[in-house]
Ligand binder design. Sequence first.
Ligand code: GDP
Ligand code: IMO
Ligand code: MG
Length: 421
Amino acid sequence: MQVDVLLGLQWGDEGKGKLVDVMTPEYDVIARFQGGPNAGHTLEFNNIKHITHNIPSGVFREDSINIIGNGVVLDPIIFMQEIDEVKALNVELGSRLKISRKAHLIMPTHRVLDAASEAAKGKTKIGSTLKGIGPAYMDKTGRNGLRVGDIESPDFLDKYKFLTNKHLQILKQYDFEFDLADYEAGWMEGIEAIKSFELVNGEYLINQYLEEGKTVLGEGAQGSMLDIDFGSYPYVTSSNTICAGACIGLGLAPQKIGRVIGVFKAYCTRVGSGPFPTELEGEMGEALREYGAEYGATTGRPRRCGWLDIPALKYSIMLSGVTELNMTKSDVLTHFDTLRVCTAYKINGKQTRELPFDINQPVEPVYREMPVWKEDISKMRSKEELPVEMLDYLKFIESEVNIPVSVISVGPDREQFIPLK
Ligand code: GDP
Ligand code: IMO
Ligand code: MG
């Protein structure tokens, strides 16, 4: 068996959580492979709205096994809150949730370091979710990090104190006030919560599952344009969000990757700082934000909104070897008379379909305008019902990127989607 991977192709928040929940019945195992609680994946079913941060979005389907992979950075406090929220919905996790021993822990001082570093950057701040992601991955690559498996070691507390002291030394460089005591108490409780789950050698387990014929779906966080190597650096997150991240973050050989499902919104959003060529400022952007309810699932920040960006989409598809697309939120466009889609960029007067090295330089989008359907598509459930303008938009995107759209999502609820193939 191979692992299918579902990941975001834009700047995050494409609707990955909803689609993972929709697809979970087709899989035995759902595995998160990178990122941490900077992610906010929204699921809606039976009038319940739920947001997952650290844990996979498969948890609500009773038979699914869910794995937090080694590529994830795990915050014990947020993890514990998430577990409580899931339990409050009468969902039994028990042995259905497993955590890789090689996943790294986000420490209280990582969060402080994130906040202090962002505050010191002033106008050039990344717009981080301030969950400690950057500092935790820095300790991982700097070979200092604390891992989930360390919890089982008798000198765990010593390791924790040693690294905390190191962070406190670094924090002296910043003019930044903080109080660790509260954080630390909650963090230690969170460590106990983690201990109550099965800690696994995830790389062995997942490969064993494949040998046994189990079906596995990798759940990506963030989006390809936030990838540490290929995103709009330095306005990115600190992990590899593209498909290769699933190999690293789960312990999979490249040939173990099967379908690669790329999720994109029918328009674009971005939360945090950084370049966004098709961003709409003013009334149009605000209208997209209001109709699309574009506010961050993790931080509540208003998301910046703009038109679909085909060069960026093609770039993401290339980097991950996307085999099929899922388009979300086209229902939001119903409110407009016409839509625009960026087919190329003009940089220094020259037209190109490639993302430049320095995407922070002025980039002028070249647009194609298309009519928007008038019908409310949110209640439609089959391709046959879809308005011709919607089908034209789909056909246009498919012809530009040469990949089929296999599912469109027409609302936030689990039931609101249309399989196309
Ligand atoms: P994720 O991080 O990729 O899982 O996406 P988020 O949950 O951060 O943001 C997506 C938002 O759009 C959430 O509020 C979802 O409930 C909502 N959503 C997902 N798919 C659709 C859709 O097709 N139409 C509409 N209107 N909302 C959607
Ligand atoms: P999901 O999984 C949207 C953005 C932040 C910031 C940059 C770096 O829900 O799609 P970080 O906290 O990683 O240091 O922030 O990345 N960002 C996201 N934007 N969706 C996300 O996750 C994001 N995770 C991080 O806003 O610009
Ligand atoms: Mg999100």
